[in-house]
Write a protein that binds this ligand. Structure first.
Ligand code: AMP
Length: 373
């Protein structure tokens, strides 16, 4: 696929979650239709898409019909089976392609890739059995973090090892294996940078943001990150370099740890729009979702510059939902809900972006409170 997608063309999205929903809304604004493919009925993405398929990712006949009905395929979460994208690739252009998915689905491949792309990472070892865990701890030391290599998100599938007594129970609990052992990083902040890369290789990278988690789930993002300017610039540069090294067509988030001396260590790549980029929906002319659609459709990328400072608050579970009426009534607040039926604890139901004049976040000691969140 070389020419840009014509207005009215259809973008196929694998996955029915909120990231696909917000991508479909951005696509509609640019004149495209979306067809969401997911196993769950009435998913947030399907509610706003022109067409949908409810089928298993392994359903070859459904995948073939989906490929015939769309002009390009993308995915909204990286745990879509690689075999699904591999089955689609001969039938329709897939952006990003299966190679990108394979790197980002496997923490071992991802860590090796980050290092090759020039992003420093904490020491790590692959762990194939219990003896291997003991050996890896011997080399890396404690504390350390033991993680599953696949399907981990929001802190699931990982354990912090503080003493040797923690090794056996953590190994017994975590599966599927193999696992990865990482040195514990004494970070002072977690940041991320979102990069879009177009079909022509052009790059658009948003400002680096600072992320705060609660119960392992992203709670707040501050845009821009309150870190030294060279650190913020380096995070953006790394995100662009990773997008180039992956040959990405689409959007990715690069999550990084910031050490006390400003050094950055890469943690994870998400090869899709990311929760830490939701602030771009209201604080930039073009959101990460629009950039993703532009890239996938072969359109020129948009200017990623920020016209406001922003604090993004995730609305998680029933307590998050309880904030909704107040958020609607708060000046300068842009609230978003994802249309999920059940407000289960720990579930991301929406978010709100509090906009602030440019330059106001820098130096704010407690920006969350000042932003009225
Ligand atoms: P992850 O699923 O790898 O993004 O990890 C979830 C969260 O666990 C991160 O956002 C960090 O807060 C924490 N974490 C992950 N890996 C490490 C590490 N090697 N050292 C310290 N904290 C970590």
């Amino acid at each position: 696929m070389t020419a840009p997608l014509a207005p009215g063309a259809t973008i196929g999205i694998l996955g029915g979650g909120q990231l696909g929903r917000m991508s479909a809304l951005a696509a509609a604004r640019l004149g495209y239709r979306c067809h969401v493919f997911a196993p769950e009925a009435d998913s947030p993405g399907m509610q706003v898409a022109a067409a949908h398929t409810i089928a298993a990712y392994e359903d070859a006949a459904a995948l073939a019909r989906f490929a015939a009905a769309v002009d390009v395929v993308t995915f909204e979460f990286e745990n879509v089976p690689a075999a699904t994208l591999a089955a689609l690739e001969p039938l329709a252009p897939c952006r990003p392609g299966v190679g990108v998915l394979q790197v980002c689905q496997d923490r071992l491949a991802e860590k090796a890739f980050l290092a090759r792309a020039g992003v420093p990472v904490a020491p790590w070892r692959a762990v194939h059995d219990e003896a291997g865990l003991a050996a890896a701890v011997g080399e890396i030391g404690l504390p350390a973090v033991l993680k599953t290599t696949r399907m981990g998100y929001d802190g699931r599938g990982q354990a912090v090892l503080r003493t040797t007594a923690d090794l056996a129970p953590a190994y017994a609990r975590l599966s599927p294996r193999p696992l990865i052992l990482e040195a514990f990083v004494p970070f002072v902040a977690e940041v991320s940078a979102i990069a879009a890369r177009g079909a022509d290789g052009s790059l658009a990278v948003y400002d680096t943001v600072e992320n705060r988690h609660r119960d392992h789930i992203l709670d707040l993002s501050f845009a821009p990150a309150r870190v030294p300017a060279p650190t913020a610039a380096l995070a953006r540069r790394h995100a662009g370099e990773v997008a180039e090294a992956l040959g990405l067509i689409g959007v990715l988030a690069l999550e990084l740890f910031v050490l006390a001396d400003g050094t950055l260590l890469g943690n994870e790549i998400a090869p899709r729009p990311h929760n830490s980029g939701h602030w771009t929906m209201d604080a930039c002319l073009a959101s990460q979702f629009e950039q993703h659609v532009r890239a996938v459709a072969g359109l020129p990328l948009a200017d990623p510059s920020r016209h406001h400072d922003a604090v993004m608050k995730n609305l998680v579970g029933p307590e998050g939902l309880a904030l909704w009426p107040g958020l609607l009534a708060t000046p300068g607040m842009a609230p978003h809900l994802y249309g999920k039926a059940a407000a289960r604890p720990g579930r991301k139901l929406g978010h709100a972006n509090r906009l602030l004049p440019l330059g106001s976040l820098a130096g704010m000691a407690d920006a969350a409170a000042l932003a009225g969140l």
